[in-house]
Design a protein around this ligand. Structure first.
Ligand code: AMP
Length: 395
């Protein structure tokens, strides 16, 4: 892959795939981290004389126009954040779009409408990729969060350009550099903290992490499948029954490889999955009948914090509980604080842990906050990402 700086951009129209899949509420951007993350590439392209035409998906409109998933509010936010004039184009392919692109002047940024309003995007359709990028002289992929998806704008579009005319953006480069450090960590112990909803989503990365880490901390709903595998009473907590055996295998594997696995030793529980359910703490490991674990308890926080304090390298993905609900957020916020206060090299990846770290106010203490949840996990699993392969990455 050639670096962005080596593309000749002067006077060129540059198709830039960004990841502006941001949370929206009532047409207002709730978290602009991903928009900010694209600014360095946008500025570098303009500084080098290029004219960026940005494209992104937002949500899951399933190949049709859905007004509530328009990128128009994102264009407004982008205009507030960047020093250039931002023009929103209300589709991403077609004559009218090309006509607007034809009027673009240097110093103006165009943002195209949601790519997923067309079925060709998800289908990785070559024809759609051609319609989308036929105006462009250069191609840049700065949407790290979509690099693991073989969508038209990520894969087919990139392959239309000669290798000297396409490049990863600054954000993608930085993600690869920083996440790459976790594959061969310099400072030990390497502690991975994994949480979130499902073991099934994270089996691949757990397998891979086990070969690299010294300590694996498991929290969130995932922990109950592991606790069940150890024969602990977990009440009506979320357990993936079909994965208990696999979880047991992972624990055996960890023992053989001398990897320490830390599971919660106490819990915040409730009788139902509800924001206002009455929350109580267990006295120990077991969760009584009719109760479900929705956060780690204070003893677990201490135990996890101790391991985090000793770490030389830390990777954190996934919340320790249902942190969206204040009664079950303490465990996740305690981990956020512990990771942020650590002197280790720290990487936080995954949408929910990033939201939690932002919510905690500690984000600027983290060495690298990854913008791509799925993409960062697949990279750590050792998988090759279609968006990088399309750019010519050696795999
Ligand atoms: P993930 O996307 O896999 O990282 O999962 C994040 C989701 O897991 C968040 O929406 C949390 O509310 C949820 N979660 C974390 N802990 C629990 C738990 N103990 N029970 C149910 N859901 C949980």
């Amino acid at each position: 892959m050639v670096p962005l700086e080596s593309l000749d951009l002067s006077g060129r129209r540059v198709f830039v795939r960004v990841d502006f899949n941001v949370p929206l509420r009532d047409g207002v951007v709730q978290d602009d981290t991903r928009i900010r993350a694209a600014l360095p590439s946008i500025e570098a392209i303009v500084d080098a004389g290029g004219m960026p035409v940005l494209a992104s998906h937002l949500g899951r409109p399933k190949g049709e126009r859905v007004e509530s998933l328009s990128l128009a509010p994102v264009a407004e936010r982008l205009a507030e954040l960047c020093p250039f004039e931002v023009i929103f184009v209300d589709d991403c392919i077609g004559e009218d779009v090309r006509a607007v692109i034809g009027t673009q002047r240097h110093g103006q940024i165009l943002l195209l409408e949601n790519l997923r309003f067309h079925p060709g995007e998800k289908a990785n359709d070559e024809r759609f990729a051609e319609d989308l990028t036929s105006f462009a002289d250069r191609y840049v992929n700065d949407g790290f969060g979509v690099c693991h998806r073989a969508a038209a704008s990520v894969d087919a579009a990139a392959r239309r350009f000669e290798s000297r005319h396409r490049a990863p953006g600054i954000l993608v480069r930085r993600e690869l550099d920083e996440l790459g450090k976790l594959l061969t960590p310099e400072a030990r112990p390497f502690v991975a903290v994994v949480g979130g909803a499902k073991v099934s989503d994270k089996l691949g990365v757990l397998d891979h992490l086990l070969q690299r880490v010294d300590t694996l901390i498991v929290g969130g709903a995932m922990a109950y499948t592991f606790l069940a595998a150890n024969g602990v009473e977990v009440g009506i907590s979320r357990v993936e029954e079909d994965l208990i055996q696999r979880a047991r295998g992972l624990l055996d594997e960890a023992r053989k490889s001398h990897v320490q696995v830390l599971l919660p030793v106490d819990h915040v529980v409730a009788p139902e999955f509800d924001a206002n359910a009455s929350a109580t703490q267990t006295q120990g490991l077991d969760i009584g009948p009719g109760m479900m674990g929705l956060d780690i308890g204070p003893q677990s926080q201490l135990r996890f914090r101790d391991a985090i304090e000793q770490a030389g390298t830390i990777f954190w993905n996934g919340p320790m509980g249902v942190f969206e609900w204040p009664a079950f957020a303490a465990g996740t916020l305690a981990i956020a604080e512990a990771v942020a206060s650590s002197r280790a090299f720290t990487v936080v990846g995954g949408g929910d842990s990033v939201a939690a770290i932002n919510q905690s106010g500690w984000a600027d203490q983290i060495d690298h906050v990854s913008t791509g949840g799925g993409a960062s996990l697949e990279l750590l699993e050792g998988k090759s990402l279609p968006g990088l392969v399309a750019l010519g990455a050696k795999v």
